[in-house]
Design a protein around this ligand. Structure first.
Ligand code: MOS
Length: 774
């Protein structure tokens, strides 16, 4: 009200968004974000008579339910009804990959926080009060919280998987140096700002519409239909945007939507279910902790001749996405390196934790951490810099991955060389060395981290998308795809594509909500592939319309179609501007009864994978890059500050530089958080201790490098990427792994006797212990 000035500044911002097809185009959501006008699930206009729900969950990690007494809760004024598995008309089953996960517990509970019932009341407050009145008696069973213990007890989600190349056993005979060791990387809370939530409303004839904060609208639709015993067409799922997903809403947005829909099904009323932070942290899965052991063999000239690794994935109480995440760990087990002889195995270990789930990188970071640990261990034992081993083994053109894909358009060496040259690695190392010579109480450490990340859903059948484009008769355009906007800026990229093909002002294009009635049978927005898959479908649809419009123009102007071009909202003929505007072209097409709607389908070509052989060509392409991390450790306190993270990243030909840089910076910082400060803790009874932001620390503006510099690698881009602009969502997270090793190197500078322990995150407590550990 009193901020007229800032309003006009914001209006200016909006104007800047228009007519800007530049690669530096701002995120189209920035205008409504800063004004607080962006809509999330919690902002839906609730219908008269809407009920509010909270989930009653297990207060024990494992046990038999002896009895539950809902009577007091049900008697509370304002409570409408409490739903349990007995109220499910279809299947009490929400498992996506393996049907091993009930929506509501029946006779047993398998993790602390496992949903048992849904309390529905006139207000959320009443529902919460009622929840406290429920009495449950559980006969406790033994609790497993670690992957190692699960493996010892043969508690697995499914059979282990192995990717093998060459013959490690034979190769170890030829190795000059062999090292073995163990590593641990902890989980990570997705901590999307918008907690999980959904709003279900009854439509006519028993149809239900769900507004959900999900990365996977079709997963919500399909699972709701299954649980309610309805055909999918009776369930409509709509997503405007997410306040962050990070993988945590790929699969685990589903139960809350299904629960709200179940209540709506019975009550014929709208039901809103938004988890508060405590409930969300307790009930949802996180990045998988991994316990791993490795054996690495090197030649005299530091070539990695053989690498064996066994990953124990802490999957939690049911499969969720664990098998797919385990698979991606194997795909990235050798990171950016070519290793001729590889034996890698992953076990998805069933424990009594919430089912762990997707998190940016999807198992890839866990795989990379182990080989980087193995290299650091070898370097430390040999008394060489890790970067010498890293450099000696970088992936080259036509090298083969353990899964059979031949590496093409490889930028591993290029990004490595570019990072070293641009940032002057010798000078940086000299500075660190000089500093360490002259300082006793503070030590600096430096680490390089190359990354290679495969782009595509590793499950080949998921690599498809569709786009629906309407050109309205006034020339404005509406676009629907399966892309879910979750802060990553995919809507901006979609808008850029349409505006570019039609050569219209970006204000002429509107990106519609993601809705299952407009785009059906979608893959989730995940695997960094959303812009590629949906963008390629959109490109196809727009090009079909463009072709049609060119014919219209050529008929009216009586010229050949090939001479027609659209530019600046006008028809051009042989590069000459005509008097026919875009709007006129559209109205002419309407009069000629030409279809102004197009639907296109895109399926990534070339990719395939044979799971019986564990060989194939699963990725459309790879993304490469190299980071240099420099840290200063306070050797009295064990605290540390990052001086700088310098990155050369392979964006391909970025179509949206501002958005891509935002993704790279955000991913990097999130990866640093995982490696350094974010410490998930469960007690031995399976109770989450880090259950609030007071006990779970994430990076803030003060805790990351003051100097993050991410430069683009000059490349040709890749045709499989949308407009040659490579996927950028996940890969940069793995630069953050460098933070771990930079800290280790600083510790080593202080304490030469320090034996590397590869146990992430490297919190200040662990740093302090390591500094003085003899
Ligand atoms: Mo993403 S971790 O593939 O949802």
């Amino acid at each position: 009200m009193h901020k007229n000035k800032s309003h006009s500044e914001l209006d200016k911002l909006k104007t800047n968004l228009e007519f800007s097809l530049k690669q530096s185009m701002k995120n189209i959501d920035s205008y409504t974000h800063v004004r607080g006008e962006s809509l999330y699930v919690d902002d839906v206009n609730v219908r008269e008579g809407t009920f509010y729900a909270v989930v009653f969950d297990s207060p024990k990690a494992h046990g038999k339910i002896k009895s539950i007494d809902y009577s007091e809760a049900e008697a509370l004024e304002g409570v409408e009804r409490i739903f349990t598995y007995k109220d499910i008309p279809g299947d009490n089953q929400i498992g996506g990959i393996i049907p091993d996960e009930p929506l509501f517990a029946e006779d047993e509970v398998h993790f602390w926080g496992m949903p048992i019932a849904l309390v529905v009341a006139k207000s959320e407050l009443i529902a919460r009060q009622a929840r406290r009145l429920i009495k449950i008696d559980i006969e406790e069973l033994p609790v497993i919280t670690t992957a190692k213990e699960a493996k010892e007890k043969d508690s697995f989600i499914n059979a282990p998987r192995s990717f093998n190349l060459g013959n490690t056993e034979k190769a170890f005979h030829d190795c000059e140096y062999i090292y073995e060791g163990e590593t641990f990387s902890n989980g990570q809370e997705q901590l999307y700002i918008e907690a999980q939530g959904s709003y279900a409303e009854p439509l006519e004839n028993g149809n239900i519409k769900i507004t959900s904060s999900t990365q996977g609208p079709t997963a919500v639709q399909k699972t709701t239909a299954k649980v309610l015993g309805l055909p999918m067409h009776k369930i409509e799922v709509d997503v405007t945007r997410l306040g962050g997903g990070f993988g945590g809403k790929e699969d685990q947005a589903t139960p809350w939507a299904v629960m709200a829909a179940l209540a709506t099904y019975h009550l014929k009323q709208s039901v809103k279910l938004i988890l508060n932070r405590h409930d969300d942290l307790r009930m949802t899965g996180k990045r998988h902790p991994y316990e791993s052991n490795y054996k690495i063999g090197l030649s005299k000239d530091l070539k990695i001749l053989a690498y064996e690794v066994e990953f124990l994935q802490n999957s939690g109480a049911s499969a969720d996405l664990s098998p797919a995440i385990a698979e991606r760990t194997l795909f990235h087990a050798t990171n950016s390196y070519f290793v001729q002889n590889v034996k890698s195995t992953v076990y998805s270990c069933k424990t009594n934790l919430p089912p762990n789930t997707a998190f940016r990188g999807f198992g890839g970071p866990q795989g990379m951490f182990v080989i980087e640990s193995a290299i650091a261990k070898a370097a430390s034992e040999l008394g060489v810099a890790a970067r010498q081993i890293q450099e000696a083994n970088l992936l080259q053109e036509n090298d083969v991955f353990s899964y059979g894909q031949i590496a093409k358009q490889v930028e591993a060496q290029n990004s490595w060389d570019a990072a070293k040259a641009i940032f002057n690695i010798e000078e940086l190392e000299q500075k660190v060395e000089d500093f360490n010579k002259n300082n006793a109480a503070f030590k600096k450490g430096l680490a390089l981290m190359p990354i290679t990340f495969g782009i595509s859903f590793t499950n080949t059948p998921m690599n498809h998308a569709r786009a629906l484009v309407h050109i309205y008769l006034d020339g404005s355009v509406g676009i629907s795809t399966a892309a879910v906007e979750m802060g990553q800026g995919v809507n901006t990229k979609m808008l850029q594509i349409a505006a570019k093909i039609f050569a219209v002002n970006t204000s002429k294009v509107k990106i519609e909500t993601t809705n299952t009635t407009r785009v059906a049978n979608t893959s989730p927005s995940a695997a960094s592939s959303t812009a590629d898959l949906n963008g390629k479908a959109l490109l196809k649809a727009c090009n079909s319309l463009l072709d049609r419009l060119k014919i219209v123009a050529s008929e009216v102007l009586n010229v050949s179609k090939d001479s027609i071009e659209l530019k600046d909202e006008f028809v051009y003929c042989n590069s000459e501007k005509t008097t026919m505007s875009w709007t006129e072209l559209i109205s002419t097409a309407m009069l000629k009864r030409i279809a102004l709607t197009e639907n296109a389908h895109y399926a990534t070509p070339e990719i395939h994978f044979d799971k019986t052989k564990e060989k194939g060509h699963p990725f459309a392409y790879h993304v490469f890059g190299t980071s240099i991390t420099i840290v200063t450790v306070d050797c009295t306190r064990g605290t540390y500050e990052f001086d700088a993270v310098k990155v050369v990243h392979d964006y391909g030909k970025s179509m949206s530089e501002g958005i891509d840089l935002g993704q790279a910076e955000g991913g990097l910082v999130q990866g640093m958080g995982w490696m350094t400060m974010e410490e998930i803790a469960y007690d031995t009874n399976g109770r989450l201790l880090s259950n609030a932001l007071s006990t779970y620390k994430v990076p803030d503006v003060f805790s990351v490098a003051k100097n993050i510099e991410i430069l683009p690698l000059e490349t040709l881009g890749n045709d499989m990427a949308i407009l040659k602009s490579k996927a950028v969502g996940e890969p940069p997270l793995m630069y953050g792994i460098g933070a771990y090793f930079a800290i280790q190197n600083a510790i080593k500078a202080f304490n030469p006797n320090y034996k590397h322990k590869f146990h992430a995150p490297m919190t200040p407590e662990k740093v302090l212990i390591s500094l003085y550990n003899k």
